[in-house]
Design a binder for this molecule. Sequence first.
Ligand code: GRF
Length: 200
Amino acid sequence: VKIAVLVSGRGSNLQAIMDSIEKGYIKNATVNVVISNKANAYALERARNHGIDAVFLDPDEYDRDEYDRAILNVLSQYNIDLLLLAGYFRLLGNEIIIAYRNRIMNIHPSLLPAFKGLHAQKQAFEYGVKVAGCTVHFVDEGLDSGPIIIQKCVPVLTRDTEETLTARILEQEHVIYPEAVRLFTEGKLKIEGRNVVTGN
Ligand code: GRF
């Protein structure tokens, strides 16, 4: 399975996936290219450190549709089977979603369908929930709305701040994203309507 990862920033989820492949937790898979919409994304450096091609596509050089086509071009150059969004802070165009239907995953730092969109941990913290978490899901045309693959919850503790809660969630993101990718590469994810049936 040839994987491409779309990023905008820090890239800790990218790191978790590269590490899982190197350790053999995810087998029969390679991250072949990392694409960023930000020139200075630390994720690009992480990719290069692992000998993985890192591509910056400048949003200022294209209009919206052209930008998506530029991404599609890279994906087909590398014969990509699976596209991962990992802290990619830009909406993905429908052309890509249609071309890679059921082959695009995203990690979101809330228990969907609660707290979609930006700053999900802050939304959860301010809402006062007692349980928070993260979700890996397939990407469809909606915002954080595709079929759910894995979720993991964490407690919200009395002394939590938004920062400590965010850190507790992130730790679990680094567990469930590699797990979801492993299930995909082992052919264990079957989509039945909104339901993702795992072979577990
Ligand atoms: C993560 O919290 C992820 O859930 C959200 O953006 C953040 C990206 O972090 N979509 P990183 O770039 O993977 O470190």
